[in-house]
Every structure is written in structure tokens, then in C-alpha cells.
Design a protein around this ligand. Structure first.
Ligand SMILES: [Zn+2]
Length: 125
């Protein structure tokens, strides 16, 4: 069995895919964060927009998210810490010039109508 794109020791079909397909909803910020990373890997910008809190969507566009997801090669996700509504993670990728890059973020999530949404993040690099 191949691990999910998010690196979890489960298949994509039993890990992030049900969230991305909207069949299930993430029950924790970490699950949402992992599925959002996976959405970058599989270039599903609509999922990324849909899981961004409605108050923040004006800062993003589906075409820009799609562009960003396509211009990079996503290598690996590392969840550093996850507690309450915060998740710290590192995403490793190659940019369009194939330079190795690290995206290190401390994200904040918000629960609304029993669903988790991405609110915003602090960036370390
Ligand atoms: Zn996953």
C-alpha cells in the first residue's frame, strides 16, 4: 500500500480523499491541514478555497491557488505540532526552477457549524 500524499500511514482513499470528495469532514485541524496539503499535491484548488474560512477568501483566488499548486513539485509534509486550533507544519517542495524549498507555517483553524476551516498562518520563512 502506498501512503497518502500527506504522509499518513494510510492510503489516499482512506485518508484525505473522503475529505476532498466531501464525503466526510475532517474532525481535527490536523486532518484538515493534511487534506489541504494533499489538495496542493493533486491540484484541487476548489477544495483549498472551500476549506478557507469565509472571512479570508477575499485574500485568495482559485486560479492563483491552482497556479501555485502546479508550479511546484510537492515532496513531503511534516506535521510538527498540533494542538487545539493550531497546527505547525513543514512542507517540502521544488519550485518551478527545481530549487528545494521549505514552507514552514503555524496555521490557525476555526470551527464553524461543526466544520473546521483554515483561518490564517504565521510563516517562518
Ligand atoms: Zn492524507
Amino acid at each position: 500500500m502506498k501512503n497518502c500524499y500527506c504522509g499518513a500511514d494510510k492510503s489516499f482513499e482512506s485518508c484525505c480523499n473522503p475529505f476532498i470528495e466531501g464525503v466526510q469532514f475532517p474532525t481535527s485541524p490536523e486532518e484538515l491541514m493534511r487534506s489541504r496539503y494533499t489538495a496542493y499535491v493533486i491540484q484541487n484548488a476548489n477544495y483549498l478555497m472551500a476549506t478557507t474560512h469565509v472571512s479570508q477568501r477575499k485574500h485568495y483566488s482559485v486560479s492563483e491557488i491552482l497556479e501555485w499548486s502546479k508550479s511546484n513539485t510537492w515532496l513531503k509534509l511534516e506535521v510538527i505540532t498540533a494542538h487545539e486550533n493550531r497546527v505547525e507544519f513543514k512542507a517540502y517542495y521544488l519550485d518551478e526552477k527545481l530549487q528545494a524549498k521549505l514552507h514552514h507555517e503555524h496555521s490557525t483553524f476555526q470551527l464553524e457549524n461543526e466544520k473546521w476551516f483554515y483561518l490564517d498562518g504565521d510563516f517562518f520563512n
